[in-house]
Design a binder for this molecule. Structure first.
Ligand code: SAM
Length: 663
């Protein structure tokens, strides 16, 4: 059963309050009005999501935040006399009716007006008068008004409405020629014949159709046009003007364009899916440049530590660890076993060839899933440096043995007292190993760093799998905190001037505080933690696409398929990038203040992981975010292609066939 009052309260706190609506009366009114009574049957469960929903006659019930914003801008208060144009479902009128003395509302579609009237009667809202007609002419008999709110967008503010304002009265209306984006305008009547205007940024509304609005055809209805405003520049045009087209990946000019981030301690490069070749190739080109020209030596990726360690040995010309299994054998194998990653690690190996260990670039994994690989690596290390300690470690890790192949079932078992000692045992093992740092590191610093990180990983993973059982934000937060701490250890281990490039999904890299995951679910991520720790010494770069193909599975553990990516959603940031018609570009989100302002308001953004379900794309793969707050820059590839997984056909002559990917 849906708990609608609770959902309503949450909507008001999260989507309205936290986004800056302060007026207590508006917040209270929105807590009171049951939005589910204003949506069409079947849509009740979505009534408290912050989005517009379809209603009859091809119209919409406005997004709750926009309703609140317009009422706040119109400074609607107790005792006011208010006119609304565009009754639609009646929701906005209902909210205003909880604040003011009398609301007049006009709707051009008789069916909508009638339904709204019945809703008001059912709810006992007696101070709302509804009329069917052309609202661009106002409701002169009831004028003057303290506030007029127009819920559909016109070419300008209709003169009739301006004239029906009382002196001091406010008219709020979306205006603009572009059906996809308009400006929210506030007109205040300052005197008998004087008005002032303010612009409150980009919005998107259905058209205001009437004598002083648009004709049905989309043209302006009449010759005597209402007061016009200069046509605003469309958002895609603004993006196009700021976009810096990107050359081919192999053109050195590609990497040069990212020199602006050369002075950062950490550059984090995202991806909008785990299976898109262009994202890997772009990150490789940027990273090559940062390594070659700007002294970056750490490449830390969203991969498991022990698996990445095998690649690290390869790029540093070290022998594989004796008895080690080939890396990246677990689902989703294509994420790191693909031709783009292989080409990049070959480049790293070549780059490192003539360099001493301290100047070589290393390849590290930040993630925590391969607990059994880490246990094996710690034991192997201790067997070599301290066999007595290896015996104790074997005993301590023994309690995790039954769960090594299926760690996700560990959480349930951990609830029973029999497994409680695991937590203690793995922590003690980690502490013991770190305490012997001076002893052990004397033998081989690199190997010690690897073993210490594996021991930390086991402790984090034990906790991760234990709390994963309860669900919620905690396990996500633990994982991203572990990734961040691993990055910190790497930076510390490489000295005060060390610099790192991170490759991870946009959901880990884009500052979570400006996305649904942070705002609604209290999740944090490595991008946020990096900003909080390193301030402007960090660059967060997101990557995105409109359509093409992607390598992904339909469910966890299922086989990889090459799937078609659906064209981006009409209300998404991706669609704005697509509409600017530049096939690949870098958008520096810090350079153009006006553009940044217009992009600030949260929109949909697409997140494809290793699983892609195009059939439920909107629900499964889109979330709200504020792109310019989430990232410092955005890299765009309009059309993208799936990665190619490594297969036996990619084994190279002259290279041992298990090296480094075990083909
Ligand atoms: N305030 C509404 C709510 O809370 O559900 C949402 C309104 S919807 C975004 C805009 C409405 O404006 C549509 O129902 C549309 O039919 C109506 N509309 C468009 N032009 C109009 C006009 N000239 N006069 C009256 N209503 C108009």
């Amino acid at each position: 059963m849906l708990d609608l009052p609770r959902a309503r309260d949450r909507m008001v706190n999260v989507h309205i309050g936290r986004r800056g609506i302060r007026d207590r009366e508006i917040l209270q009114a929105m807590r009171e009005v049951p939005r589910e009574a204003f949506v069409d049957p079947g849509f009740e469960e979505f009534a408290y999501e912050d989005g517009p929903l379809p209603i009859a006659d091809g119209q919409t019930i406005s997004q709750p935040y926009i309703v609140a914003l317009m009422i706040e801008l119109a400074a609607v208060k107790a005792g006011d006399h208010v006119l609304e144009v565009g009754t639609g479902s009646g929701y906005a009128a209902a909210v205003m009716s909880r604040i003011v003395e009398q609301v007049y509302t006009i709707e051009r579609h008789p069916g909508l007006a009638e339904t709204a009237k019945r809703r008001f009667e059912r709810l006992g809202y007696e101070n709302i008068a509804v009329r069917t007609g052309d609202g661009t002419k106002g409701w002169p008999e009831a004028a003057p008004y303290d506030a007029i709110v127009v819920a559909a967008s016109g070419p300008g503010a209709p003169l009739a409405l301006q004239e029906q304002l009382d002196v001091g009265g406010r008219l709020v209306i979306p205006v603009g020629d572009d059906l996809d984006s308009q400006r929210l305008l506030k007109v205040t009547r300052t005197g008998a014949a004087t008005y002032s205007e303010e612009d409150f940024g980009g919005v998107r509304f259905v058209a205001l159709i009437g004598e002083q609005g648009w004709a049905e055809s989309g043209e302006i209805a009449e010759v005597d046009r209402p007061l016009r405003h200069p046509p605003p520049v469309s958002l895609p045009d603004m993006i196009a003007a700021a976009a810096e087209p990107l050359p081919d990946f192999d053109d050195p000019a590609f990497g040069d364009m990212f020199d602006r981030f050369a002075d950062r301690r950490v550059v984090l490069l995202g991806e909008a899916s785990h299976g898109t070749s262009e994202f890997y190739r772009a990150r490789a080109a940027i990273t090559r440049r940062l390594i070659e020209k700007h002294g970056f030596t750490i490449v830390a990726v969203e991969a498991d530590w022990p698996d990445a360690a095998a690649i690290d040995r390869y790029v540093r010309h070290r022998k594989p660890r004796a008895g080690a299994v080939a890396p990246f054998q677990r689902f989703p194998t294509w994420m790191w076993r693909n031709t783009d990653v292989a080409a990049f690690t070959d480049w790293m190996r070549h780059h490192n060839e003539k360099l001493g260990p301290s100047r070589q670039a290393g390849f590290y994994g930040l993630d925590i899933y391969n607990m059994s690989g880490s246990i094996e690596a710690v034991l192997d290390y201790l067997d070599r440096v301290d066999p007595q300690a290896a015996k104790i470690a074997r005993e301590r890790y023994g309690c995790l043995t039954p769960w090594q192949s299926e760690p996700s079932t560990y959480g349930r078992a951990a609830l029973t007292s029999g497994y409680q000692e695991c937590e203690q045992a793995v922590l003690e093992q980690c502490r013991d190993l770190l305490a012997r740092q001076l002893d052990y590191a004397r033998q081989d610093g690199n190997d010690f760093l690897d073993a210490a990180q594996n021991a930390r990983l086991i402790a984090s993973a034990e906790r991760y799998y234990r709390i994963m059982y309860y669900g919620g934000a905690q396990s996500w937060n633990l994982r991203d905190t572990h990734m961040f701490e691993t990055l910190e250890h790497l930076l510390d281990a490489n000295g005060p001037n060390s610099k790192a490039v991170v490759w991870a999904h946009n959901s880990h890299i884009g500052d979570a505080r400006y996305t649904e995951m942070g705002v609604v679910r209290d999740e944090l991520n490595i991008g946020q933690l990096c900003r909080q720790r390193f301030g402007d010494k960090v660059a967060l770069v997101g990557l995105g696409t409109h359509s093409g193909t992607v390598a992904a599975a339909s469910g966890w553990g299922e086989e990889m398929k090459v799937k078609q990516v659906r064209p981006s959603h009409a209300d998404s940031y991706e669609r704005l990038c697509h509409d600017c018609r530049i096939p690949r570009f870098l958008l520096d989100l810090k350079r153009d203040e006006a553009l940044r302002e217009r992009l600030l308001e949260r929109r949909l953004e697409r997140f494809i992981g290793v699983i892609y379900r195009p059939e439920t794309e909107l629900r499964s793969h889109y979330a709200d975010a504020s792109l310019p707050q989430q990232f410092d820059a955005f890299v765009w590839f309009d059309k993208t292609t799936a990665v190619t997984p490594l297969g036996p056909e990619h084994a190279r002559a002259g290279v041992p066939d298990t090296y480094p990917f075990g083909l």
